[in-house]
Structure formats: C-alpha cells, structure tokens
Design a protein around this ligand. Structure first.
Ligand code: XIL
Length: 371
C-alpha cells in the first residue's frame, strides 16, 4: 500500500507535466503579438485579479507569450489603493508589480485622478482644504510608492466632455481648472522617471480632441511635464472612426507628445452608448444579447477587418505610437460582457473564451506580415 503512493504521485505528475507541456506547445504554435510588433510599439493587456494571481489559466499562458506591457484593470484605482482617508492598501498593486517583474512586463499605472471608482469618503469631503489634502496626498503617496516600478501613469483620466470643455467632475468643482496642472506637477515630482499621460475615451473625435490639445498646451504653458496622450479605444464594430483616429495620432504627435492606445476593444453588441462612461448602466433583453450561441461568420469577419484596418493605421504611424494595449486578455473576462448591460456575451478581443486566437488575431498579425 505504502509503495503505491510514490508511484501514483509520479504518474500523476507525469500526466500533469504532459498536459502543461502540451498546452504550452499548442500555445507556442501561434505567433506572438509582442514579437511581431517588437520594432513598432509595445503590445499590452489590462489584467484583472484572477489574471494577476494566475487563476485564469488561459490568460496565464497568453500573457507572457503575447504581451510586453500590462495595465491593472482595477487594482490601482483610488477606491482600491486608498479605501479610507489616509489609509493605503498597496497589497494588490504590489502583486501586479511582482507578476510583471517575473514575466518581464512593463506596467502602465492606471490611474491617479479620475471621477469614477473613487472611495466613498471622497464624496463626503465638504471642506475645500481637506479635499485638496486628499488630492495632493493621494497623487504624492501613490506615485512615489510605484516610482521606478511603473513605466507610465495615466495621471488624469476622462477630464473632458464630448464638446471639449472640462467635465464638471468632483475635481473641477472643488479645485477649479488648475487641478490638471497641479496633478501633473505633483506626479512629475513624485515619479521623475515615469512617463506621464492624459487619458480619455472619444478623444479621437474632433471636438474632444481639440479640448485635449488645449489641455496639453495649458500644461506646457504652466511648465508641467506631459509625455503622452492615451486614446482609450473603446470602439464599436463597423463604426470604428478610422479617419478621426489617424488625424488624432498626427495632431497629438504634432504637439510633441507620444500617443498610446490604452484600452482597445471592439464592442460587437448593439448599444446606445458611444463613449465609455463606466457610470452608465442599462437593463438588457434578448435583442440586446444576440450572440449567446456563438458569433455569426459575417460579424467575425467584420471584427477581423476592423482590427486589420486599425493596425495598418497604427503601423503607418508607429514612430508616434508608444503602445497599443487591449482592455483585457480574452473574451470571457472582458468588461464588455457586463457593461453597460450586465450578463451579455460579447466578443471584443483577439482571443476567444478558451484563450484561442480568433480570425481578428490573425488579421492583426497579417497587417504587419502581409503588407
Ligand atoms: C473598467 C473595468 O474594466 C471594470 O472592471 C470596472 O468595473 C469599471 O472600469 N475606462 C477606463 C477604465 O479608464 O478604467 C474602465 O475600466 C473602462 C473605461
């Protein structure tokens, strides 16, 4: 009886090793995005908690194989890092840093100043001086903590309205328009070697783009450092604004900053929403969730075509683009399954629910290899 244990353990280990190796070999047969685009720009993905901790097995294979930069999907947002006034919890953020180090991935910090996912105490601050203390301490403490560990920060996220004016966020209301300059100066002082970005959705659209250019110019006029603009890139199937995207890359670069595509995904489901305001929520019905049993071929092909056109534009302007990051690793965990309508089946990324490459993946690879 005693002797059967070691034999059984050895046999099981062999089986397990065999299956891990088989999985790896299978994964190795597909091209690697980070390799294919290595002379062009970094290729990234946003990681959620199961991915940071290795529990998402499909992602555990794909992340080191496909990407060279990552963005925390949620763990570096204020509600996570700073849940209670003056009390910081860096444990999950540090785990992401450790994961990135193990797999030689760069990290983009996301995000220091944003009106969404703020801890509840922030909304209760009445006194302006206290609000300023929160604002200053948060940026200083977080940027210092991760200084040298993240390569870039989305310093300010989504500060603009669609018409290019400043959003009436809690920051604007309490601190006035000066807050963006203050945020960038505080971040630069706390993280001198970190690239500093302004990040937004729809900022490829002309009016919002003009507002974004005003922000860059104001920052420069005030002597603040800004290194880049992030275009989030939450776009919709068949409606990707290619012309506006190309013009934006050119116009932002003409301001002397880099461009990053920071949160790329292409929503294939019907939607009334044109931006990515995370506070918007709607109820769904059967018509709003049409692909529960799989994606029709025509949609699959359109997705591949949209991604191919996008990457051809990115390649044409590779000298201006620092990074292209997808908002997620594979379709099963995309935030678009639950936003703005919960419980839908969406297909916005390059890898399917099993972590297998889709036609869109090969279309992106071909955009580079078959010119
Ligand atoms: C999303 C995350 O993906 C979700 O997990 C979270 O519940 C809400 O926020 N723009 C941003 C990101 O800058 O931080 C948002 O991420 C998506 C829109």
């Amino acid at each position: 009886m005693k002797k059967t244990y070691p034999i059984c353990i050895a046999f099981c280990s062999l089986l397990l090793l065999g299956s891990v190796t088989a999985q790896k070999n299978k994964a190795q047969q597909i091209p690697s995005l980070k390799e294919v685009f290595k002379s062009d720009f970094l290729i990234g993905a946003a990681l959620n908690w199961p991915q940071i901790t290795g529990k998402d097995r499909a992602a555990a294979v794909l992340i080191p194989q496909q990407f060279n930069t990552v963005t925390p999907e949620d763990v570096m947002k204020a509600e996570r890092l700073h849940p209670v006034w003056g009390t910081y919890d860096f444990s999950k953020g540090d785990q992401l840093i450790a994961y990135a180090k193990r797999h030689k991935l760069q990290v983009n910090g996301h995000t220091l100043v944003w009106h969404s996912q703020l801890p509840p105490f922030v909304h209760r601050i009445q006194n302006i001086d206290s609000f300023r203390t929160f604002f200053t301490d948060h940026i200083k403490t977080v940027a210092e903590h991760f200084s040298g560990k993240v390569q870039s920060w989305d310093v300010v996220n989504e500060a603009l309205n669609e018409d290019g004016t400043l959003r009436k966020s809690i920051f604007l209301t309490k601190l006035g328009d000066q807050y963006i300059v203050d945020a960038f100066k505080l971040a630069a002082a706390a993280a001198p070697n970190t690239a500093l970005y302004y990040n937004d959705y729809n900022n490829e659209q002309p009016a919002k783009r003009a507002g974004c250019i005003r922000v860059i110019q104001e920052l420069k006029k005030a002597g603040a450092r800004i290194d880049g603009v992030g275009i989030q890139g939450h776009w919709h199937l068949g409606k990707v604004p290619f012309k506006a995207i190309e013009e934006s890359i050119e116009q932002y670069a003409a301001q002397g900053v880099k461009v990053a595509i920071t949160e790329l995904d292409i929503n294939v489901l019907p939607t009334k929403v044109t931006g990515a305001e995370v506070g918007q929520h709607f109820k769904g019905d059967a018509a709003s969730n049409p692909y529960v049993n799989g994606l029709p071929d025509s949609i699959r092909q359109q997705l591949a075509a949209d991604y191919a056109t996008l990457f051809r534009i990115f390649l044409k302007h590779k000298d201006k683009i620092a990074r292209v990051t997808f908002w997620g690793v594979h379709d099963a965990q995309s935030w678009l399954n639950d936003w703005p309508i919960p419980g839908r089946r969406n297909y916005p990324l390059l890898f399917d629910r099993q972590g297998k490459p889709k036609s869109a993946f090969y279309a992106v690879i071909d955009a580079k290899l078959k010119k």
